[in-house]
Write a protein that binds this ligand. Structure first.
Ligand SMILES: NC(=O)c1ccc[n+]([C@@H]2O[C@H](COP(=O)([O-])OP(=O)(O)OC[C@H]3O[C@@H](n4cnc5c(N)ncnc54)[C@H](OP(=O)(O)O)[C@@H]3O)[C@@H](O)[C@H]2O)c1
Length: 284
């Protein structure tokens, strides 16, 4: 039987509607709205697209979003000073550091400098560490989007075999901790995994974020599995994910498409994090 295709845009618009209502109330009662700042270093085209989509979502719900653009040649000191100024500015409720950043800058040092209360991406070591001890406060947006999709489909992962194909700091590592917090049995695969199929074909839930088109074919998927495709790859024929969508949709139970799956939910989750940092900064 063909899989149920998950409509990420619909999930995202439900989340945005709730945020819009909350901001309208905030505006009416406190005359304030959340304001976030993104630090952009250089001009990576993929980052520019993501920023455009996120800014448009901010505008829809009424969050004020501004950018600080720095050149590729910027020094670490200038970036740290910029972060410090934003940390102490009471009118700024959330800070994004847009990746990728130039190779001469150390991401850990920059992320560490952001006030954890204003860490919209949830990448500050303190917020990452909190996830590991089960205290989920600011959770990175893409893992949060995966959990949101599972919850939206009323799919509990407790006791389920879940395979994550990705071990990056942005996706796989925090997602694995979040799934373990929910008592899933999690396997993490990556480029050095010897027999990828052996893992994925036994998974009740398969979450893939390799960035490799058609990495996941029907042979990789258990009949009826929940397949979540996080990959976003720009090809000459348009955007696709890791999953061979046309064939896998005949075998999976549920499947997220690319585009229109995890991507829009990630942006909506980013708005949710902005509301969290706003509440932390203003105690509302
Ligand atoms: N939908 C969204 O909202 C969203 C958000 C963020 C990222 N993404 C997309 O998700 C993908 C991953 O992003 P990322 O930032 O996490 O990238 P990344 O740091 O390059 O991570 C890719 C991961 O996939 C693994 N991998 C690559 N090729 C593989 C293969 N052939 N077999 C098994 N594992 C393989 C890598 O293993 P090694 O580290 O060992 O090489 C790594 O763990 C990209 O397509 C990105 O555009 C989507």
């Amino acid at each position: 039987m063909a899989a149920t295709i998950i409509d990420g845009r619909k999930i995202a618009s439900e989340i945005q509607k709730n945020i819009l209502d909350e901001i309208t109330t905030l505006h009416n009662t406190h005359q304030t709205i959340p304001q976030i700042t993104t630090i952009i270093i250089g001009n990576d085209p993929a980052a520019t697209l993501y920023l455009r989509l996120r800014d448009s979502a901010c505008k829809t719900v009424g969050i004020r979003s501004q950018h600080i653009e720095l050149p590729m040649t910027v020094s670490e000191k200038t970036v740290l000073d910029t972060i410090h100024d934003l940390n102490i500015n009471p009118d700024i409720h959330g800070i994004f550091l847009q990746f990728p950043i130039p190779k001469n800058l150390f991401p850990e040092r920059l992320m560490n400098a952001i006030d954890p209360k204003k860490d919209v991406e949830g990448f500050h070591p303190l917020n990452m560490g909190r996830i590991l001890i089960g205290d989920e406060h600011l959770v990175p947006c893409t893992p949060l989007a995966v959990l949101t999709i599972l919850e939206h489909e009323h799919f509990g992962v407790k006791g389920k075999d879940v395979v994550v194909v990705n071990h990056s700091t942005v996706v796989g590592k925090p997602l694995t901790a979040l799934l373990l917090n929910r008592n899933a049995t999690v396997s993490i695969c990556h480029v050095y995994t010897k027999h990828l199929k052996q893992y994925t074909s036994n998974a009740d839930v398969l979450i893939t974020a390799a960035g490799v088109p058609k990495l996941i074919t029907t042979d990789h998927v258990k009949e009826g599995a929940f397949v979540i495709d996080v990959g976003i790859i720009q090809t000459k024929d348009g955007v696709c994910g890791d999953v061979d969508f046309q064939t896998v949709k005949e075998k999976a139970g549920k499947l997220t498409p690319v585009p229109g799956g995890v991507g829009p939910v990630t942006i909506a989750c980013s708005l949710q994090n902005m509301m969290k940092t706003y509440r932390s900064c203003t105690s509302t």
